[in-house]
Structures are given as C-alpha cells and as structure tokens.
Design a binder for this molecule. Sequence first.
Ligand code: TXA
Ligand code: MG
Length: 330
Amino acid sequence: MRTHMLKATPSSIQEAAGLLRAGQVVAFPTETVYGLGANALEARAVRRIFAAKGRPADNPLIVHVSSRAMASRVAKDVPPLARRLMRAFWPGPLTLVLPKSRIIPGAVTAGLSTVAVRMPAHHVALALIRAARAPIAAPSANRSGHVSPTRARHVLADLGGRIPLILDGGPCRIGVESTVLDLTQDPPAVLRPGGLSLERLRRIIPDVRVQTASRRPASPGMKYRHYAPRTPLLLVESSRSAKAVSYTLHARFGPSARIAVICPCDSEPTWKGLGVVVPLGRTPAEMARRLFATLRRLKAFDVIVAELPPKAHLGWAVRNRLRKASVLRL
Ligand code: TXA
Ligand code: MG
C-alpha cells in the first residue's frame, strides 16, 4: 500500500474523512501526539488499526469526539463530575473512562464495559471528526512498542506502507499523550499521567487517586512497555554525580561507548564531558514537547542517559514516559 502524506487543508481533511467513512484508517494530528483513527462505530474498521500498529487486541482505544453531545452518545451515562471536567478541560488532553454505550463495539474497548473518551484541542482533529460524522477511535500512530509520534514524519517512519493517508498538521503542541482518568471508580483514579497535570486535575477533584503502577492494571495498556526505544536508556536523578554515572556506563558499555544525555536546560553543565548533551527544555512543558522526537533522534547512540525532571506539572508525565522507556537502573 502506498502511504500519502498531505498537508492538512480543508480538501485533504475531506479526503481523510471520506476514507474514514469507507472503513479505512487515517493518521491525523492532535495537540498531544498523532493518532491513527478509524470509525469507532465499525468493528471492521477498528480492527484495521490493530493490524497496522501490530497492537495487542486486549489494549483498548480512546474514542475521539468533536462535541459533548457526541460524548453522550459514546458513553452510557455522563455523571455531573464528568460534565464539570469536560467544561473545565475539553477540548484538551484529558481522557475520561466512562460506562460505554451500546453503539461502541467491543473491538474498541477490548471487550470492557467502559469506554475512554476525549475531545482533542486541535482544529484538524476536530474538523476531521465532524467531516467523518462519527466518533473516531484512535491510539497513538506508532508501531506498537515504539514511542508516540509528534510529527507527521514519525508516523511515516513507523506506518509507511501500512496505512493510506497521513494528515500533516505540523509538530504536536503538548508532545505527551493525554491524562487518562477513570470516573467509574470512586474516588476517580488517574490511570496514565499525561498532558493535563495532576495539579490542574486536583482543582476539580481534590481527592483524585493515582493508580498508574498497580500490579493488576486497571488500564490494560499499562502492562505493556509502550515506550521502548531500541537504544538502552539509563535514568538518573539530578542528585547523581556525572562521575558516578560515567563510571557505571563505561563499566557496562566499554570505554568508547557513544553516550547521549538528555536533561533539563539547567543541568546541561553537569553532564558536559560525559557525551553529547541534549537539553530538552527550560520548563516541564518544553521538555514534554521535545521528549519523543529527541528519543527517536538519538537512536544511533549506544546508550542514552536521561536526567529525570522534577515531578511538578508535566514533569510528572515526562518521568512516567522515561520510566516506561527505560530498562537500565543505576
Ligand atoms: O493523547 C492521547 O491520548 C493519544 C491521542 C491520539 O489522542 N492517544 C493515545 O492512545 O495515547 P493510546 O491507545 O496510545 O493509549 C490509550 C490508553 C491506553 O493506556 C489504554 O489502555 C487506555 O488508554 N484505555 C483505553 N480505553 C480504556 C478503558 N476503557 N479503560 C481503561 N483504560 C483505557
Ligand atoms: Mg500509544
């Protein structure tokens, strides 16, 4: 199959919507990462997503909507708290897990009785959903096991030849996936930290729980190592000395290992001399925006050292994604 990559314009969005209405899959930009979409009401179309990504069928998808009215058709029940969260944070990087309605096939939810729903804050994504006249099921548009794509060319690298169309909407503004919040539990639980910070969520739900590392995953996706660049990734806290890290790396990878370091801008001087230092950003938001593109770019190194940012704001999601990508510990 030939994969077309088109700049997102009113006419290419219409073309993409036509493919979606015909039961095909299409990659499109959102504010978080690129998604690989299919009509959420058609099990056959949705199965094409799993085939293109090589995604295990027991990992459910997020359904993307263009209005709160559409969300009410996807979910069986939208409780008052969900309505408040939608008013506060939609469109935006918050996915709500709610009881599913009968119109959503089991292929979308991996047979669960709940459905994950979000309204993306991206004009291309919203225009596409409206033009398709249906909710769009979409996971991140990467091959299963790779980091999520934040640019159209990342999608092409992963899924070229496997999907008919990629809409290019430029780089994603947030750069990490949405925060997934389970509203079927009381109090509600965060299943995946993401583009909406815990601080902002707590303004609406002060007693929100965080359930991102349970042994029996409530979110089936949590058991998979989604983020697995082939290059070994070593995580270090900012308190670690460069000398200790250097000693460990050379013991493990030899004296001529090619080493890259990613870190907050502030600590660039700390790591100079260890290898090629790539400062990710000054703020957690900047670090989130550049994280996945940087991990893809540094694939050719023997090892990547990543200094974990502080937990506040999007630092929480960045730390989570780095942990998932890492196999090495000091
Ligand atoms: O920002 C995002 O969320 C991006 C863009 C494309 O919208 N999408 C994305 O999808 O990251 P994906 O498939 O890579 O991650 C979806 C996550 C998985 O961890 C999955 O297990 C969880 O949401 N999930 C989906 N449906 C669920 C459900 N009914 N109950 C619990 N977790 C669910
Ligand atoms: Mg994903």
